[in-house]
Design a binder for this molecule. Sequence first.
Ligand SMILES: [Fe+2]
Ligand SMILES: [Fe+2]
Length: 337
Amino acid sequence: MADKRADIPDALNEEYYQINLDILESFSKYRPPLSLFRFKEDVARVMSYCQAGERLSNEKVEELAALVEEGLVFVSRDDHPVYVKHISYQLDLVLVDKNLRESEIADIFAQALTRRLAEFFDQPVALVFAKLWADIMVLTEYLFRDAHRVRALTKRLHAEHSLENHSFNCGVMGLAVYAKAKAAQFEAGDIKRKGFDHLAVGLFAHDLGMSKVPAFIREKDKPLTPDERAKVQRHTQTGYEMLTKLDLRFPEIEECVSEHHERLNGSGYPQKKTGALSEAGRLCALADSYCAMTTKRIYAPALEPMKAAAALAQDPGYDSEFARSLQALLLATGKLK
Ligand SMILES: [Fe+2]
Ligand SMILES: [Fe+2]
């Protein structure tokens, strides 16, 4: 089919997103949630087409679809927050929208994944997990095309502690460290997609067992009693058991969930495993601790990223190769403080 899309001056893309049919169809058909603009070829200018929430007639709906197909319809980048929120509910649109910048895509992923994680922790059942899974698969598809893209996500970590924020941070940092440590293998096409998908799910969902720990313990702002601590420490085992119910028996996911509190020198829990930790388990342990150390906790202030990474690199409980990759990543992204 001949390309019907109009030639659009580059400068336009600075101010507007050109939208395609997938994006248009994701809007409410008769009441688009944001103002739309039309590129008038004869005057080479963008003009208002309809206002946010305006009711469109049947004729206008049809006309709009035809204009979108010709590449003549735009939304303003000033509407970024509305657009991000909208796309974050239909994350696969990120993969088809050619006009989004890397930083805008990172915003969308951060919003979508954090919300999906919160929904799952609130209601830890297979139906809700399926949505989280689907969104993580959009992310892995996006990163598999170019693993460096994960860097934009590392600039969107949450500063406040909550289970969903921590889980998002850990997923992103785990994938970023992995991309750094395995850069050559990614380049050579030696990383298997399935393993990467499962690793990503394992990193984001490593603390799923925490969803069964009562919120008053999880959110307690005082030191835990020994009994409460025991309940918290059971979360890796609980999480592992939940994987069966969720039908998620894949090695990388199981390893992240069950080993992220184990340490290479046997100082971790629950099994005090030693050197026999899996690669996914070692990666998840490092990402988990790094994210905890760099977030303000009730018993300790947030550490600066480089200080946390240096402490982990010297700690015999952690994988030194992944710890060095974390340091290199922080240096490369300028995230020193
Ligand atoms: Fe944990
Ligand atoms: Fe964790």
